[in-house]
Design a protein around this ligand. Structure first.
Ligand code: PHE
Length: 352
């Protein structure tokens, strides 16, 4: 049996010399030190030996086992070292190389402007109301008092949804956020038709027009609509609210100007300008030498529109306004072409 142990040891050491990689190393370990290795078989046979032979065989078996284990760990270390050396040579780790810059995402400039508008109106007690992008002709035009042949209703000016064409009430993408006025008023007046609650909301969202696309017109753009309905609301409230908004948005010293205008759903209607914040009213290229910048459209809610929303125009009055965050952002940041906003060019977006 001692001879057998000698042979086991010799054979294992010879085999170990041939081991060159991690995989062969593991195979060697299983074959020479594993459960079913010849060495383990010797340990198993020990209990069948005569008592006086056991100590010598036992001692030798342990010696062989310890030796093989030691040789195994030495060789394993060597193999690891060689592998590391090789990978350092072939993979050329250059620890002086600068890291890749981590690029942080940020808010779209229109989102930033919208959030400023929300915050200012929130301070004045306006809540945000989301209204749908896909509308019917009825909500987008008819209930807002557009006459039947108003130019905005022409096929060329709006995106109509194919397959949903009803002769007198086709489905279309909203051309402005104003249909939200009717939705909100109807929602409120349905709750309490006799005495519907007052309203103070802003309605933000994307609008769509079949425009000739240019530096000043996109087929898709955002609007923020405002609507206040109550029993004592006057044109002074409209002027006060919007003048104050302009100050909070563009600076405490900025002056506002209201110019008579026309919208089918407001009467009287106005357009609001602010004093040019680039030249302070002197006249410059940004304000086209007029000293004023047009910011939004507004007016007192037309009695027919109040009626359509379920509010009795003999009891209720209200004001509404609509502004374009793209235009405001263009003025503030001197962006010269509206098409940059939704073109998704990171070189533009990274500037904000
Ligand atoms: N809906 C109008 C537009 O798109 C803006 C507006 C809203 C005007 C509310 C008056 C009142 O141009």
């Amino acid at each position: 049996m001692l001879n057998q142990l000698e042979e086991i040891e010799q054979a294992a050491l010879v085999a170990l010399d041939e081991v060159e990689d991690e995989q062969a190393m593991e195979q060697w370990r299983v074959a020479n030190l594993g459960r079913s290795s010849p060495l383990m078989a010797v340990f198993d046979q020990m209990r069948d030996l005569p008592k006086d032979e056991r100590p010598a065989i036992g001692r030798r078996s342990n010696e062989v086992k310890q030796k093989l284990e030691k040789k195994h760990s030495e060789k394993a270390d060597l193999i690891n070292q060689l592998a590391l050396q090789k990978s350092l040579e072939t993979e050329r780790l250059d620890v002086t190389m600068p890291g890749r810059p981590v690029s942080l995402g940020r808010l779209h400039p229109i989102t930033t402007t919208m959030r400023q508008i929300y915050r200012i109106f929130a301070e004045m007690g306006f809540q945000i109301y989301q209204s749908r992008d896909v509308e019917t002709d009825e909500y987008n035009f008819q209930l807002l008092n557009f006459p039947p042949h108003h130019p905005a209703r022409e096929m060329q000016d709006s995106f109509y949804i194919a397959g949903h064409y009803e002769e007198d009430n086709p489905v279309l993408l909203r051309t402005h956020t104003s249909p939200g006025q009717i939705h909100k008023m109807r929602e409120h007046s349905a709750i309490n038709p006799k005495d519907p609650p007052e309203i103070r909301i802003i309605l933000p969202g994307m609008c769509y027009r079949h425009e000739q696309i240019s530096a000043r017109a996109e087929s898709q753009f955002t609007q923020v609509e405002g609507l206040a309905v109550g029993k004592q609301i006057t044109f002074s409230d409209l002027k006060g609210t919007l003048s104050d908004f302009n100050k909070r948005m563009f600076g405490q010293n900025v002056r506002s100007r209201f110019r008579a205008s026309h919208f089918p759903f407001t009467e009287p209607s106005a357009e609001v300008d602010i004093e040019c914040f680039v030249c302070g009213g002197e006249g410059c290229p940004v304000c086209k030498r007029t000293g004023w910048l047009e910011i939004l459209g507004c007016g007192m809610v037309h009695p027919i529109v109040l009626q359509n929303g379920g509010y009795d125009p003999n009891i209720y009055t209200g004001f509404a306004f609509g502004m374009g965050p793209e235009r405001i952002t263009m003025l503030r940041h001197r962006v010269e072409d509206i098409r940059y906003f939704w073109a998704n060019d990171v070189r533009f977006l990274e500037q904000f």
